[in-house]
Design a protein around this ligand. Structure first.
Ligand code: GDP
Ligand code: MG
Length: 178
C-alpha cells in the first residue's frame, strides 16, 4: 500500500531575496520580474512520487510580506519539518540576516525528537553573479556546516538553476530525520 506524507516546509529569508519566485518556479514552472508583496502567509502544494511506496505532499509556506517585521510568530513555525533559508547573492545584508533566520527557526521549532529542523541554505540570483558579492562571501561549504545546515546551493529562480536539487536535498533530509 502507498503511504502519504504531508511535509510542512518553510521558506524564510529577507524581503526581496526571491522566496516567492523560488516557490513559483518549483511548483508552477514560471518566473516573473513583477514584484508581488502580499500580506499574510501563502501556501503552495507540490506532490512528489517519492519512492514506490511513498507519495510526498510538500506544503511550502511563503511569508509573503511579513519579513519586514524581522521575525515570525511561533504559529507560523509550528509543526514545520524543514526549511529553506534564502539570501540574495547580490546583497550582503541579506546574507548577514541568514543566521538571524536560522536562529529564529531553531528557537521556535524542533522535531518531535528534539532535534533541529533540517534547513538548506540557498544563495539565490546566481544568474546575477557578475553583480554579486562572491569575494565577500565566506566559503559557503564551511559556513553551512558550521551553522548546522544540511546543505547549500547556488540557485536561480529566473534560470531554474538548482531549485529541484535543493528541494530534493531537503526532502531527503526530512525523510531520514526521524
Ligand atoms: P521575496 O520577497 O523573497 O518573496 O522575493 P520575490 O520572489 O518577490 O523576488 C524579488 C525580486 O527578485 C523580483 O523582482 C524577482 O523577479 C527577482 N528575483 C527572484 N529570484 C530571482 C533570480 O533567481 N534571479 C533574478 N535575476 N531575479 C530574481
Ligand atoms: Mg514574497
Amino acid at each position: 500500500m502507498q503511504q502519504e506524507r504531508l511535509l510542512k516546509v518553510l521558506v524564510i529569508g529577507d524581503l526581496g531575496v526571491g522566496k516567492t519566485s523560488i516557490i513559483k518556479r518549483y511548483v508552477h514552472q514560471v518566473f516573473s520580474q513583477h514584484y508581488r508583496a502580499t500580506i499574510g502567509v501563502d501556501f503552495a502544494l507540490k506532490v512528489l512520487n517519492w519512492d514506490h511506496k511513498t507519495v510526498v505532499r510538500l506544503q511550502l509556506w511563503d511569508i509573503a510580506g511579513q519579513e519586514r517585521y524581522g521575525n515570525m510568530t511561533r504559529v507560523y513555525y509550528r509543526e514545520a519539518l524543514g526549511a529553506l533559508v534564502v539570501f540574495d547573492m547580490t546583497r550582503l545584508a541579506t546574507f548577514q540576516a541568514v543566521l538571524k533566520w536560522k536562529q529564529d527557526l531553531d528557537t521556535k521549532v524542533t522535531l518531535s525528537n528534539g532535534k533541529p529542523v533540517p534547513a538548506v541554505l540557498l544563495a539565490n540570483k546566481c544568474d546575477q553573479r557578475q553583480l554579486g558579492l562572491c569575494p565577500k562571501l565566506p566559503k559557503l561549504e564551511n559556513f553551512s556546516q558550521d551553522h548546522g545546515f544540511v546543505g547549500w546551493f547556488e540557485t536561480s529562480a529566473k534560470d531554474d538553476t538548482n531549485i529541484d536539487n535543493a528541494m530534493t536535498c531537503l526532502v531527503k533530509a526530512i525523510m531520514s530525520a526521524e
